[in-house]
Design a protein around this ligand. Structure first.
Ligand SMILES: [Zn+2]
Length: 292
C-alpha cells in the first residue's frame, strides 16, 4: 500500500535528518542532500498518488465503439434505439445476489444486431400505444451465469430473499426454473424487459424494496407498470399465465407479450419478463466478454 510506505519512510530512523537547532536557518551539505532526497521521494509518491486518484476518479467509459469494441455482430442497444429505457440490474447490487454480478462492468444492454433491431421495432409499436420498453438484462457473460450457479450452491445466507425470493429457497432455484446452467442471454438473443408509461419519468435503480410478490405500491419504487410481481421475482406468480395476479397485471403481461411476439420474440412461460428472439439465422455461440 503506497500510503503505508510513505508513513514508514517518515518513521524510518535512517531517513531522519541529523539534529540541529530549531532556529538555525543554515543547513549543512549532508542535511541538504538528505532534505532534497526526502523531498524527491515525497514528490514522487505525491505524483504517483495523484496519478492513481486521477485514473480512479474518471467515470467509466460509457459505450461507444471506440471505448470498447464489441465482438462481431453485437451492438449496444442505445446505439440502435436510445429511447428504450435501461436499468441493467446485474451491474448494480440491487439484484437477488446483493452484489454487482461478475462480468458486468457497466450498465449497458448489448445484443446481437438483429435482436436489437427487432426490439426497436417492438418499441415503435408500443410508443404508438403510449408505452416504452424498459430492459433489465440483455447479453450476459458466461462468467455471470457461473456466478449464479455458485451462489445457488453456496451455504452463504440469501440476504436478498425477503425481496427477490420470499417463498423459494435458493437451493430450489434450479429445480423451479429460475436459474439455469446455461442461459440464452449468453448467446446475445435473450432480453429481460418490462413496460413503463411513455409519460412516466425514469426513476433510478432502487436500493431497497418490499417483497417482489407483494402489493404493487409496497414493492420497489421504480418506474414500471404493474406486472403482478417485480422483475426477477422467484415466485410461481411470475409465470406469465398465472391467475394469481390482478386483472391489470395480466393485461400488462399480455400487452408486452403481444408486442414482442409480433417482432419474433418468444416468452419464457415461468418469467413474464424473459424473451428469446427466434429470428436469428446465423450459428449462435456462448460468449464471455464483459459488459462495458
Ligand atoms: Zn432472462
Amino acid at each position: 500500500m503506497i500510503q503505508g510506505e510513505a508513513i514508514a519512510l517518515q518513521a524510518n530512523p535512517m531517513t531522519k535528518l541529523p539534529p540541529r537547532s530549531p532556529c538555525s536557518p543554515v543547513f549543512s551539505v549532508a542535511e541538504k542532500i538528505s532534505l532534497f532526497s526526502s523531498i524527491g521521494i515525497a514528490l514522487a509518491i505525491a505524483l504517483l498518488l495523484a496519478t492513481q486518484a486521477l485514473a480512479q476518479s474518471g467515470a467509466p467509459p460509457r459505450g461507444g465503439a471506440s471505448a470498447h469494441p464489441l465482438p462481431r455482430g453485437f451492438v449496444r442497444l442505445r446505439d440502435v434505439d436510445p429511447s428504450i429505457r435501461q436499468d441493467i440490474r446485474y451491474a448494480t447490487p440491487f439484484n437477488f445476489t446483493g452484489r454487482r454480478v461478475p462480468g458486468y462492468e457497466a450498465p449497458e444492454c448489448i445484443l446481437l444486431r438483429p435482436v436489437a433491431r427487432a426490439l426497436a421495432r417492438a418499441q415503435a409499436r408500443l410508443v404508438r400505444q403510449g408505452y416504452h420498453l424498459k430492459v433489465y438484462d440483455c447479453y450476459r457473460p458466461v462468467r455471470a451465469v457461473r456466478s449464479f450457479i455458485d451462489w445457488a450452491r453456496s451455504p452463504e445466507p440469501d440476504f436478498m430473499a425477503p425481496i427477490f425470493s420470499p417463498t423459494i429457497h435458493k437451493s430450489e432455484q434450479f429445480a423451479r426454473g429460475f436459474i439455469a446452467k446455461r442461459s440464452r442471454h449468453s448467446l446475445g438473443i435473450a432480453v429481460d424487459v418490462g413496460l413503463v408509461r411513455a409519460d412516466e419519468p425514469d426513476l433510478p435503480t432502487p436500493t431497497r424494496a418490499g417483497r417482489c410478490d407483494g402489493p404493487f405500491a409496497a414493492r420497489a419504487r421504480e418506474s414500471s407498470l404493474d406486472f403482478g410481481t417485480a422483475y426477477d421475482c422467484s415466485s410461481p406468480r411470475s409465470a406469465t399465465a398465472s391467475r394469481r395476479v390482478s386483472a391489470d397485471a395480466r393485461t400488462n403481461r399480455q400487452r408486452l407479450k403481444r408486442a414482442l411476439a409480433a417482432e419474433g420474440f418468444r416468452n419464457y412461460s415461468k418469467e413474464w419478463w424473459h424473451f428469446d428472439y427466434m429470428g436469428t439465422t446465423n450459428p449462435l455461440r456462448w460468449h464471455d466478454f464483459p459488459v462495458r
